[in-house]
Design a protein around this ligand. Structure first.
Ligand code: ADP
Ligand code: MG
Length: 705
């Protein structure tokens, strides 16, 4: 599937880059604010749509916003093609990894996790040398200096010896033990006794204290795990956030370890097809030109040179072409040039442009300074004809910096997250019930599951409230599917969870926290149309103020909010009485309050039991007139549901004597504006709600009090 990156501003034609171009690597160049990260995100979104798993290194927190669906506002500022939005939100699952911290999914860096996969000594030498370099740097040595260089040599010799003898040290403490023992004879003379003792001491202290968190804060970085956690049918998009690290050396180490693991992973299973995309935003400092040679550069150059034949594509973004080593640059086939203003920056890309596009290099260089944000010149000699102008499409996600505190909430996995210790009697009771349910499930099927699985599953429903089926939970825990199916049933029996049947499968939710209808089932929602935009809603709110008899003095509109209230559309039949047959009727049940939503004379009303005869009620909208789309892509807040689809049918049956048809309820989102009316002299505010479809001013919140 070609990647739809945007349009050509000169012709209006769509710009599509063949997926294979990613295998020959991409560099995005441009000044700050030229739109590099937006282009990188467009590539990631398109890769995810095409089913290509991604790992993206994020130094600033703006890649984490790949997990945020657009809001009404952001979507109107940067409209995105609907198929890009739908495709992305129905395929991508985003995880945010935070090395050395628990802010997102914690990640450890065990640099020695597994031995090098090579058959030949020659391959191993390159790899072990790079590994020794990154270990020595991690131990605090400056490997360009004499002592650091010698320390690195000793580490290399000890590792090589261990590898050759099949005695690989699995972690840093094991390496410390090897260093202490002495290693091969050559290594003996490189360091003095005191120097060697210092090396051993450093190795021993590497995994303790604040510094050690980077190595021990979570499960070790593992590419297989990063590609396996997403639920079936979804593409994992892994964001590795390096913004929380203390210094550039740590960032270098994270990227070095990541690239090393990608290298190990790809060489273990050769394949020519694109099967992983690695994106590094702001690559400056990680792959600098000769003579600088930090650990990340060692492994990055390995990837640039070899990734193609193993089906791995690299995309990097940076402000300056001189941020990158020329050997790595030589491996790159696709260039996106964004706005560059300084003459010296332009001079630096001159020879590059003339090499890539000799015939039109002057025209390209003339165009680059006047490019606007989000505009690029694409040069890809093997994949595109000539120089192509690109205006990057609006993103399917928001483009904002996500604060670290929100990582856990916005990411779509808890695959590797830890379990917090519960407090209070209610919490303790829930913990006990969850543990008992897990034990009972284990009695039925002997699965290899961890001790705390019951509690961990309960936490998923608390932290990420949604309507989840066994497959979703398997995706988030990596546990046996048959076991999870039984466990969920047991948890429902213990009344920890409520069971529902939706979209032909069993799904569950936690009634103590409700469910966010954007997670798990249903995959799609219908939308009541937004017919009352903000200006119109504001006008109505003002009218409402004027018409009121009891107006607070100098009242004005202070704040506005936009959100959705979930409703269930329940189709039912009502008997017309004495052999006159049945009447099909559409009911809308508020998924938060259980009230019935209907209109009287065009005004929206919520009532528990309508005064009108249910047969004469006007439905909100005939089914089939509603737009529908993936629930996951709804970026504006949605009120949490407290009434499941089964209950909604029950309400229709009991309150109106109607018989729900077999067709399961559909989720329908009602747009709502909320205003705060503020009186300055009386220091009072009161809220007013206006629904976005009918424009009815509501005195109490549609989601109940
Ligand atoms: N969803 C979006 N789609 C397209 N462009 C956007 C979107 N959101 C923001 N932008 C524009 O891109 C600008 C910044 O681009 P960015 O990629 O962050 O620059 P940089 O080159 O520094 O990485 C924003 O200030 C905004 O004008
Ligand atoms: Mg950027």
């Amino acid at each position: 599937m070609p990647l739809h990156l945007g349009t050509n501003p000169l012709t209006g034609d769509p710009v599509r880059l063949p997926e294979d171009a990613l295998l020959r690597h991409v560099v995005i160049l441009g000044a700050t604010g030229s739109g590099k990260t937006v282009l990188g995100k467009a590539i990631l979104e398109e890769a995810a749509r095409a089913g290509v798993p991604c790992i993206a290194v994020d130094a600033q927190g703006d890649l984490a916003s790949l997990a945020l669906a657009p809001t009404q506002e952001s979507a109107s500022r940067h409209p995105a093609p609907p198929e890009a939005v739908d495709g992305y939100w129905s395929r991508a699952s985003v995880a945010i990894f935070t090395p050395g911290s628990g802010r997102g999914t914690p990640l450890g860096l065990n640099p020695l996790r597994a031995p090098p996969p090579f058959a030949t000594d020659e391959d191993a030498v390159v790899y072990l040398d790079a590994l020794a370099e990154s270990l020595a740097a991690g131990l605090g040595y400056d490997t360009r200096a004499d002592l650091g260089g010698r320390a690195k040599d000793v580490v290399y010799l000890v590792l090589h010896d261990a590898w050759a003898r099949g005695r690989w040290p699995g972690d840093v403490p094991a390496l410390a033990a090897l260093l202490e023992k002495g290693g091969p004879a050559q290594a003996e003379t490189i360091l003095t006794k005191r120097e060697r003792a210092a090396l051993v001491r450093r190795a021993k202290s590497m995994t303790v204290g604040a510094k050690g968190l980077l190595y021990t804060a979570g499960p070790a970085l593992d590419v297989d795990a990063m590609l396996a956690w997403a639920p079936p049918g979804r593409t994992p998009l892994n964001v590795v956030y390096t913004g929380g690290l203390r210094n550039p050396a740590e960032r270098d180490l994270v990227v070095a370890t990541l690239c090393k693991e990608v290298y190990r992973w790809m060489t273990a299973g050769p394949s020519g097809d694109l099967r992983l995309l690695v994106y590094i935003d702001e690559v400056a400092g990680l792959c600098p030109p000769h003579p600088r040679n930090p650990p990340a550069k060692r492994f990055l150059t390995l990837l640039f040179r070899q990734a193609r034949k193993y089906g791995v594509g690299l995309v990097v973004a940076t402000q300056n072409v001189t941020d990158l080593d020329y050997k790595a640059l030589g491996q790159v086939n696709t260039w996106a040039l964004g706005r560059l203003l300084a003459k010296q920056d332009l001079d630096r890309v001159r020879h590059l442009v003339s090499a890539l596009h000799p015939a039109g290099s002057e025209a390209v260089l003339a165009a680059v300074p006047s490019l606007r944000t989000g505009q690029f010149v694409l040069l890809s000699p093997d994949h595109l004809d000539g120089a192509l102008r690109l205006e990057v499409r609006g993103l399917a996600s928001q483009h904002v910096v996500v604060p670290e505190e929100r990582f856990r909430e916005v990411q779509s996995t808890h695959a590797l997250a830890g379990v917090a210790v519960p407090e209070g009697p209610v919490e303790r009771r829930r913990t006990r019930l969850a543990t008992t349910a897990a034990k009972a499930a284990r009695m039925e099927i002997r699965a290899d599951v961890e001790e705390g699985i019951g509690l961990r599953v309960l936490r998923i429903f608390e932290d990420l409230p949604g309507l989840f089926g066994p497959a979703d939970i398997v995706g988030m825990t990596g546990t046996d599917e048959r076991f999870i199916g039984i466990l969920l049933r047991k948890m429902a029996e213990a009344r920890l969870l409520r069971a529902e049947h939706l979209e032909g499968r069993d799904v569950y939710w936690d009634p103590t926290v409700g469910f966010d209808p954007r997670r798990g089932a249903p995959a799609k929602a219908a939308f009541l149309p937004l017919r009352v935009p903000l200006v119109e809603a504001t006008r109505q709110a003002k009218d409402h103020l004027r018409r009121r008899i009891l107006v607070l003095r100098d009242e004005r509109l202070a704040r506005k909010d936009f959100y959705y209230v979930p409703l269930w559309r329940v189709e039912a039949e009502m008997a017309l009485g004495r052999g006159r047959g049945r009447l099909g009727k559409t009911f809308f049940v508020n998924a938060v309050t259980g009230e019935l939503a209907h209109t009287t004379g065009g005004r929206l009303t919520f009532e528990e039991l309508p005064r009108k005869d249910a047969r004469r009620l006007e439905p909100l909208a005939p089914k089939g007139l509603l737009d529908s789309g993936p629930t996951a892509k709804v970026g504006d807040p949605v009120v949490r549901g407290k009434v499941g689809p089964g209950q909604a049918q029950e309400i229709v049956r009991k309150s109106f004597g109607a018989k729900p048809v077999a067709e399961p309820p559909e989720l329908v989102l009602l747009p709502v504006w909320r205003f705060d009316l503020e009186s300055r002299s009386e220091r009072k505010t009161r809220p007013l709600w206006i629904d976005g479809t009918f424009g009815t001013a509501l005195r109490s919140p549609p989601e109940g009090l």
